[in-house]
Design a protein. Structure first.
Length: 323
């Protein structure tokens, strides 16, 4: 099916929770946050961010059956790559954002973390590569490939990266900070989704213009995931309020937007096709969607309550997208 003229909502059928960190105490910590799937010949590798006892995030992965993505066939013992050098942009945490095949390697874009005193943290985007199918990685650079600029002074993270329609260059949709908002006793970040393009995947051209508007000034938009059909780009993302968003009334939900040029999107959250469940592990929050086509099927890996503390789930799109 194509999306030409489509006005009805997409419909995602939840297949269930795939992975719960507490079920694997020998390998996992407290979280399985921001799933980033990579299609391999015989499996889907799902990278995610775990957390150690100090609360620092580190990347690892699970493997699931590509014909049954609810079936875990492997759990990776960390580490995925060596620790960052002291003082580097990612020396206090890493979270995967997007994995892709490029130039015979696996590329993994990720968010690096530094703690701050004036606000809780600073984020920037790094890039690591693997020559063994995505099992171990090495840094291409000690510094970030996306960071603050004159026009984007706060953060630039969690890019979703894909080839453009000609296949010769790369596009990215990423999270750009607009400010820090004082909420109670701490500051919370407010951010929007913007687009970028690159020839080499390292040097990015960005204009800092949001892909679509916020529904209100304190909305934070995060983790875009984009698929292209014959005539359109389709984005699923998550959004939250800046108040009461930790499993409360302002917690993350998944939205949807559509574009013909991949730059300016028309937002229509009513078409997202997925929401929180009535009860259970994803009843308070649903976030960090990552959409992947496997043959004629399209799957969405996502997190539920607690920003990934409750694990990773998967849903299947009813019908097919002509990718």
């Amino acid at each position: 099916m194509t999306d030409a003229g489509r006005a009805t909502p997409w419909r995602w059928r939840k297949l269930g929770r795939v992975f719960e960190p507490s079920a694997y105490p020998a390998f996992a910590g407290s979280h399985a946050q921001v799933p980033a799937p990579l299609l391999l010949d015989d499996r889907i590798r799902v990278y995610y961010a775990d957390r150690d006892a100090s609360g620092r995030s580190f990347p690892t992965f699970i493997d699931v059956d590509r014909t049954d993505p609810t079936r875990v066939i492997g759990v990776n013992p960390p580490p995925l790559l060596p620790p960052a050098a002291p003082g580097a942009f990612d020396d206090e945490g890493l979270m995967p954002a997007c994995a892709l095949h490029r130039d015979g390697l696996v590329w993994l874009y990720y968010s690096g973390w530094n703690r701050r005193h004036s606000v809780p943290y600073h984020n920037a985007t790094g890039l690591v590569v693997s020559d063994d199918g995505g099992r171990h990685f090495r840094r291409l650079f000690d510094g970030p490939v996306m960071d603050r600029t004159a026009r984007e002074p706060y953060l630039a993270v969690t890019p979703w990266v894909a080839a453009d329609s000609a296949g010769s260059a790369l596009r990215a949709w990423y999270v750009s900070g607009t400010r820090w908002e004082r909420v109670g006793e701490r500051y919370e970040p407010v951010y929007v989704i913007c687009s970028a393009h690159s020839i080499n995947g390292v040097d990015w051209t960005r204009n800092g213009v949001p892909c679509f508007v916020q529904t209100h000034p304190l909305e934070a938009q995060a983790h875009p995931s984009v698929l292209r059909t014959e005539g359109a780009w389709h984005m699923w993302f998550c959004y939250r309020d800046s108040h009461d968003f930790r499993d409360g009334g302002g917690a993350y939900r998944i939205g949807y937007a559509r574009s013909r040029d991949g730059v300016r999107f028309e937002r229509d959250d009513a078409r997202a096709g997925i929401d929180v469940s009535a009860e259970g592990w994803d009843s308070k929050m649903i976030c960090y969607p990552s959409v992947i086509a496997v043959g004629t099927k399209v799957y969405m890996f996502y997190n539920g309550n607690g920003f990934g503390r409750s694990g990773i789930g998967v849903a299947e799109l009813d019908g097919t997208l002509e990718i």
